[in-house]
Design a protein around this ligand. Sequence first.
Ligand SMILES: [Zn+2]
Length: 435
Amino acid sequence: MNIDKLDHRLVIKGATLPDGTTSDVLVQDGIVAELGKVSTRADQTIDADGLRLLPGLVDVHTHLREPGREDAETVLTGSRAAAVGGYTAVLAMANTNPVTDTAEAAERVYDLGRAAGLVDVQPVGAVTKGLAGEELAELGLMARSRAKVRVFSDDGKCVHDPRVMRRALEYVKAFGGVVSQHSQDPALAGPTACCHEGELSGQLGLPGWPGVAEEVIVARDVMLARHTGSRVHVAHVSTAGSVEVVRWAKAQGIAVTAEVTPHHLMLTTDLLTGYDPTYKVNPPLRPDEDVQALREALADGTIDAVATDHAPHARQDKEHAFVDAAFGMLGLETALPVVTTVMVGSGLLDWAGVARVMSANPARIAGLDGEHGRPIAVGEPANLTLVDPTAQVVVDRAASLSLSRNNPWHDRLLTGRIVATLLRGTPTVLEGELA
Ligand SMILES: [Zn+2]
């Protein structure tokens, strides 16, 4: 199709909006131009009978591996996976090689994202130089760069030194930034920890990663956030104890937000009995009582957002004995179906809730809420995701658009399918496939 983009009128016909009302949506000039019964002549029509229209999904925690490990993922291949997963914006974590710890490095990732053009790729800046945990990275220069970095994280590693964490929180406060912490006390978890510490880790003979190693850092950081009056974000909350701390901190008015991954909402530590490294992830899969607490916390707003922690790995890094394999799982293409299956299917969240935890809240946390996570209303940017809420799909890892295949959802039946994704009014995905 070669229609002038400015004149192009796209109509989404009969979509069900997050609040349950049904409406046509006229998309023109990159914005939602009309709602209700649209009778304007359309150049392109998407039949949305029985489908849910959401604001485009936003992921505050993605690993795109470029630069450094382009054999596992690139900004382009990760953007493709994100688009078919319903995302219109993703935050690319800083633990690349070289690390995103300078303005130039951040702008490079930003530019690669704009060149790919499928989702807005927003770089996360490292908190410390080289993720070494000692000296603060160029936080201010990254914030003032073209990439306008607002989220800082040493993810993969914990900012363990409390003085460094305190100074980072003080620094980012000046420009409305946030520190996203990978909460893992390295002394408590130990250098080889790779499995939830409990009865099962003993039986399997795997070094344990106790929940308290996460909880003590979450507790410390909310106190540092209170002390500095700054914002802290807890990445991939995995235990009921961390949920309790975040709930308490929010009740005190402390500026803390938290995310949970799809895998921690559904998968449990007993999957490790086969020593399959596909299920090796950091923080580790936890027992069912933690999973239940995480679901309830996401439903009641204690946990603000679902974030994928999409962590592609090349075969040679993942296909090892369990203790030696790399940590991490794919997540971009399956996040919405997992949330539909465990949260909507159980009645814990309605679709307005899904829009909140997968779009509005993550956009706000990342400072992207001028453009993403907006309500579906006339005049708003047309960043949109169309979902078939009842489609049942068996996940096939071979069908993934990611360069990697470490997909823990392979062969699982999930409910919910992305039908279309629009970035500023332009379809990036149609009929479930890249447009
Ligand atoms: Zn992490």
